[in-house]
Design a protein around this ligand. Structure first.
Ligand code: ZN
Ligand code: ZN
Length: 411
């Protein structure tokens, strides 16, 4: 094994042990870009050795995805392989774990008609909804890890020759995933303890709102009634303990869909399905976005907001310190798995039911009554930086400092 193979093997082991917490006898469904086959195979090997009876890998081919946009009839863009996606839901229903390998060409669909991109994405979201619900309610254990896809590396390091770019992206993934620690599994246990401490501190506080202040930002984010903070490891309903994202640096909760006021400016570009949306500026009234601008990609942003009624409201607010290893890398990854862990962020769209007390037992109306938002989309974008302060607002209206200059004040 050469050095890269050994490191890939380490990522695969950490993905199965820490990311999935794969149970003996549990099937595993992996989705991966074709390019990530070397990692998918190593993960499968570790899963089999951990006692999984069956690992199924579904590969995604970017060339095929592009051919559809170039040659398929117009009706294509309202279609999705519902039979395949409901088959995935069935696998999760029957207890299979889920692993997604992230990494792809962030610019793949650049230049394609944004309304076609949005329609195709909507059709897929509708067909995937049941599977996604089983994932987001933690019916099963799941995780996402990254592979240094060549086109992704080219986007992050455009000035480097291809091989060097892949090497640099791999180093960044390796570090952000804490694989450079002497014992990565122990390093994750330690990091998880820190995240859990913050979660329990914030849960004791029962803040009614968070207030973000910084350049271009004065935002009041009311929190949902009975909201719960979450972050780090999760015990799925099947008893397995998983880390849903590798890397992860965030603690997050559900905003109240009707209680967001003020204006906010993004602090990093948002890479969304092949388009880049930069310098987003939006204004909220009673929870709803009433004005939205972007320096680049404004048409894409407007289409996102038109997806459904919930797309103009918030489903997540997350706090991430500026000292996170991903922020410190100074890179824009064009990938939510990494970029959302570089800065505090908000998400348009669907809220997580785990962010409401007893939420997984509540129906959609009961969740909405507590302020949890509902939408086909969930799109994170970054609003934190070393110039942004965050206060927690107590039930009596007192402001308590949580972050100053992008760092936690009480740790
Ligand atoms: Zn998040
Ligand atoms: Zn999110």
């Amino acid at each position: 094994m050469d050095a890269f193979e050994r490191e890939l093997d380490l990522l695969a082991r950490v993905a199965v042990e820490v990311g999935l917490g794969l149970q003996e006898g549990q099937e595993l469904v992996i989705t991966a870009p074709l390019e990530a086959a070397p990692l998918a195979r190593r993960i499968a090997e570790h899963a089999y050795r951990a006692g999984s009876p069956l690992v199924t890998v579904l590969y995604e081919d970017e060339v095929l995805a592009l051919l559809r946009f170039l040659h398929a009839p117009e009706a294509s863009f309202d279609r999705a392989p519902a039979w395949l996606l409901s088959g995935m839901a069935e696998a999760f229903q029957q207890g299979a774990a889920r692993l997604s390998i992230a990494g792809g060409d962030p610019h793949l669909l650049r230049g394609q008609d944004p309304s076609r991109v949005a329609r195709a994405s909507r059709a897929r979201s509708v067909a995937y909804q049941r599977a996604l619900e089983l994932i987001t309610t933690h019916h099963i254990n799941w995780t996402i890890v990254a592979y240094p896809h060549p086109a992704w590396a080219r986007a992050v390091f455009p000035q480097e020759p291809p091989e060097k770019a892949v090497e640099k992206l791999w180093r960044a993934i390796f570090k952000a995933t804490r694989l450079d620690a002497p014992d990565p599994v122990a390093a994750w246990a330690e990091h998880n303890r820190g995240l859990q401490e913050r979660v329990s501190y914030l849960n004791q506080k029962r803040y009614q709102a968070l207030r973000f202040k910084g350049p271009g930002t004065d935002l009041w984010v009311g929190l949902a009634d009975d909201h719960l903070w979450a972050g780090g490891p999760v015990r799925a309903k099947n008893g397995a303990v998983c880390n849903p994202n590798l890397p992860t640096e965030e603690v997050f909760t559900a905003p109240h869909k009707d209680r967001v006021e003020g204006y906010v400016r993004s602090t990093k570009p948002l890479s969304y399905q092949g388009s880049l949306i930069t310098d987003i500026e939006v204004r909220f009234e009673r929870g709803q976005i009433v004005e939205a601008r972007a320096a680049q990609g404004e048409a894409v942003l407007q289409r996102i907001l038109e997806t459904d009624e919930g797309a103009r409201r918030l489903g997540e607010v997350a706090l991430v310190p500026h000292s996170s290893p991903i922020a410190q890398s100074g890179l824009l990854f064009y990938n939510t798995l990494f970029d959302e862990n570089a800065a505090s962020h908000i998400a348009l769209g669907q809220a997580y039911s785990e962010c409401i007390q007893g939420g997984s037992a509540l129906g959609p109306e009961e969740l909405a009554a507590r302020g949890a938002n509902r939408s086909l989309i969930h799109i994170d974008w970054m609003i934190g930086s070393d110039q942004v302060d965050v206060d927690g607002i107590t039930a009596s209206g007192q402001a308590e400092p949580l972050m100053r200059g992008g760092e936690w004040v009480w740790v």
